[in-house]
Structure formats: C-alpha cells, structure tokens
Design a protein around this ligand. Sequence first.
Ligand code: SAM
Length: 237
Amino acid sequence: MRVDIVTIFPTFFDVLGVSLIGKARDRGILDMHVHDLRDWTHDRHRTVDDTPYGGGAGMVMKPEPWGEALDEILDDEAVLLVPSPAGELFSQPMARELAHEKHLVFACGRYEGIDQRVVDHYATRGRVRLVSLGDYVLNGGEVAAMAVIEAVSRLIPGVVGNPDSLVEESHELGLLEYPSYTKPAVWRDLDVPPVLLSGNHGAIAAWRQEQSLERTRAHRPDLLPDTDRVRDAADAP
Ligand code: SAM
C-alpha cells in the first residue's frame, strides 16, 4: 500500500519509522511519503491560512495550496482521507475496508480546518472520506492520521508477525460543526455560500445552525436525540 500524508508538521510522522510500521516500511509492505503543505505555497511567508468568511474565531486553511498539493499526489486509485471531528467515526470495520486499498492520501488540517471547497471539489473527482477519531477536538489531523495508518496497516498481511493475534480483538455530545470557508470567494467554480458574505450575523448564525444539524443528521445520526434537544431549546420562547 502507498500512503501519502500532507501536513504543515512533517516531523510529526518521524515516529512512523519505528516499531511494526517502520519494519513494514523497511520491508516494502508500506510505501510512505510525507509532504510539507507549505511546499505548495508561493509567498514569502509560505502562508496556508486566512480569516474565516462570515467572521468568528481562528483561521481557516486556504484552498489553493491544498489544491496544488492534491492535484499532484492523488491518482485514480487513491482514497483521500481528511481527518475531521465532523467526519464519520473511525472504526475497525472502516480500518478493514481501507486495508484493501492500494493508495491512501491523508490531508491533515490545522487551525479551524480546511476550506470546505477542497473536500467538495475532490469529491467530484474521486473518493473522499472525512474521518473522525472520536467526539473530541485535537489540534490537528496528524494524530488522527497516525491512528488510522496504524489501525489500517496492521491489518495488511505481513505487518503483524502473528496473524492469529488479529482475530480476537475488541473494538461529547453536541452538534457537528458547520463547513468553513475563506478567501477566495470563488475557487474552481465553487462559490462561498452567499449568506456568509452578507454581513448579517443573525442569518449567518441561522445558516450555520442548519448546516450543523444537516451534517449531524448526515454523519452522526446516533447524536440526533441530543440534536433534537438542542433544536427544542432553540425553538423554545
Ligand atoms: N473547528 C473544527 C470543528 O470544530 O469541527 C475543529 C478544528 S481542529 C482545532 C483542527 C484540525 O484537527 C481539524 O481540521 C482536523 O484535521 C483535526 N481534528 C481535530 N479533532 C479531530 C478528531 N476528533 N478526529 C479527527 N481529526 C481531528
């Protein structure tokens, strides 16, 4: 299996050179490539983030470097994996599915995450999966990518010395966050939702609430009883 990882902290992944995964690399079972996202920037400061459209705290990762990097790295067989607390919950069944793939590409977000259009764009070109490690917030996608890589790679024949050891293994409440956008307003024919450019904070808040509900319904229906409670509270006089 080939694994590509795009991150602004490539040294995070030095640890993949040790233990069983390191041995699998050495033996050619895993072909791992770690890339610095800033290599696809073109300004003096190697900028990868900007302020969020619609306002709010934090910064959002710009789509352009991600687009250039992923255009170069993705191939027809690749699955693009985007670590996100708003993704589908990573599980052993998902690890087993991914272990059959030939090429995994990880896009490690930082700050408030990656401009939503990156995911939207690549979903029109190939297979894209948002993957959550659990219902908590990490500082970036690197730790999640490492968890997925470790869980998947140990299922590849030859990585774990004794395959019998794989046979008998085990396996916060609230809404998921709405999609985030930053400049430019149009990227690859994809527009930022107009409400975010309106300056109408009430409308933006309502849109975000609706998007949060939609995402929660789409990705984590098991959270819906709590979602219903939030909706009931919002509807209360
Ligand atoms: N504002 C985002 C939200 O609430 O959905 C969280 C951004 S987080 C500070 C920065 C990055 O860390 C995310 O883009 C994602 O790549 C990664 N991350 C954080 N929590 C994660 C989790 N539970 N599973 C997978 N990735 C996570």
